[in-house]
Design a protein. Structure first.
Ligand code: MLT
Length: 327
C-alpha cells in the first residue's frame, strides 16, 4: 500500500509542478523572439502589413517578432507550416482573405481548415483591391482596358501570387466578370509581380492597395479603378469601379494574425492585446493609412471577430471559385 500511495503522491506532485511550469511559461511569455510566418515573398502586401504591425507588437511584447517568408502554393505552404507549429506562442502567421478564405475552394487537399486549425489573434488591416496595369498598357481608362482585354485575350497576361492568393482569387473574379481567360503568370508574391509590372513585362493584375499605392502615386504603373464603394483617401484620383464602368466588381481583402490551434488562451490574449495596441499607435496607423490600409475598429480586432470573418469568407468564396483552382 505504501508503495502505491507514495507513487500517487509523486505523480500528483509532478502534475502540480507540470501545471505550475505551464502556467509560469504562459505568465512569462514571451521569453524569446517570436517568429511570424509571412506566406509570400518579401516586399509584397502581406509582408508589408506583417512588418508594420510586427514592429509595434515587438515593443509591447518585449521580444522581437521576426518575419520568416515562407512562399509557395498561393500562401498555403507557409500557413500549413504555421498550423503545424508548436502551439506555444513562438510561431504565429500573417494570413489573409486568400489563405483563410479562398484556399479551401481551390485546393482539394488543403492541409488545414481555416476555421478549425488556428487560434485567431486579430484582424490587422483591410486592403482594398485595385485593377492595375503596366504603364504601357494601351488603354486610357477602365472602359478602354475592358475593351482591349476582351479583344486581345490571347495576347495578354495577368500576374498573381499563386492559386488561392488574394491576387489570384480577385483576378479570377475580375476575369470571370469580363468573360476572359488570359495567360496567368504566377509569382511567389505580388512584390515580385509588381517589379515585372513596373518593368512592362507583365500586363495587369488585381492587387492589394498597400502594395501598389506607392507605385501608382509615382506613376510607374497604371491604376484603372479601386474595387470599393468609395475612393481611397490614399489614392483620391483613382476612380471606383462603379464610377469607371464595372460596378459589379466590388472586392476588398484583409490581412490577419493567427496562431496554431491549441495556443493557450493567456498567450492568445497577450498577442491580441499587442496587436490592438499596435493598431492604436499613431505611427503604426500612419504607416498603414498612407498605404491605403483600412484599420479595423476595436470590435473588429478581437479573436472572435476574426473567427466569424474567416467562416464567412470561406462560405463567400467557395461558390465563386469552386472548380477554378488546381486540377
Ligand atoms: C496575394 O496576392 O495574396 C498577396 O498579395 C501576395 C503577397 O502578399 O505577396
Amino acid at each position: 500500500m505504501g508503495g502505491i500511495r507514495m507513487k500517487s503522491l509523486i505523480l500528483a506532485a509532478a502534475a502540480v509542478v507540470g501545471f505550475g511550469t505551464a502556467a509560469l511559461a504562459q505568465d512569462n511569455y514571451p521569453v524569446r523572439q517570436v517568429t511570424m510566418i509571412v506566406p509570400f515573398a518579401a516586399g509584397g502586401p502581406t509582408d508589408v502589413v506583417a512588418r508594420i504591425v510586427g514592429d509595434h507588437m515587438s515593443k509591447t511584447l518585449g521580444q522581437q517578432i521576426v518575419v520568416e517568408n515562407v512562399a509557395g502554393a498561393g500562401g498555403t505552404t507557409g500557413i500549413t507550416r504555421g498550423a503545424q507549429a508548436a502551439p506555444d506562442g513562438y510561431t504565429i502567421m500573417m494570413g489573409h482573405m486568400g489563405t483563410h478564405g479562398a484556399a479551401p475552394a481551390l485546393y482539394a487537399n488543403l492541409k488545414y481548415d481555416p476555421a478549425k486549425d488556428f487560434a485567431p489573434i486579430g484582424l490587422a488591416a483591410g486592403t482594398p483591391i485595385l485593377i492595375v496595369a503596366k504603364k504601357d498598357f494601351p488603354a486610357p481608362d477602365l472602359k478602354g482596358f475592358i475593351a482591349y482585354v476582351k479583344a486581345n485575350e490571347a495576347k495578354i497576361n495577368m500576374a498573381h501570387a499563386g492559386v488561392g492568393s488574394v491576387s489570384h482569387s480577385t483576378g479570377v473574379l475580375l476575369n470571370a466578370q469580363l468573360g476572359i481567360k488570359p495567360a496567368m503568370i504566377a509569382y511567389r508574391g505580388t512584390g515580385p509581380a509588381l517589379n515585372d509590372l513596373m518593368a512592362n513585362s507583365v500586363d495587369y493584375m488585381a492587387d492589394q492597395i498597400v502594395n501598389v499605392a506607392p507605385q501608382i502615386a509615382a506613376g510607374t504603373i497604371k491604376a484603372y479603378a479601386i474595387a470599393t464603394p468609395e475612393r481611397s483617401p490614399a489614392l483620391p484620383n483613382v476612380p471606383t469601379t462603379k464610377e469607371a464602368g464595372l460596378p459589379d466588381y466590388q472586392v476588398s481583402a484583409w490581412n490577419a494574425v493567427f496562431a496554431p490551434k491549441g495556443t493557450p488562451a493567456p498567450i492568445v490574449a497577450k498577442l491580441s492585446a499587442a496587436l490592438d495596441k499596435a493598431l492604436d499607435d499613431e505611427n503604426t496607423r500612419k504607416r498603414l493609412l498612407e498605404l491605403g490600409g483600412v484599420i479595423p475598429d476595436k470590435a473588429g480586432r478581437t479573436p472572435a471577430a476574426l473567427q466569424t470573418l474567416v467562416e464567412s469568407e470561406v462560405a463567400r468564396w467557395n461558390p465563386i471559385l469552386k472548380g477554378m483552382g488546381e486540377k
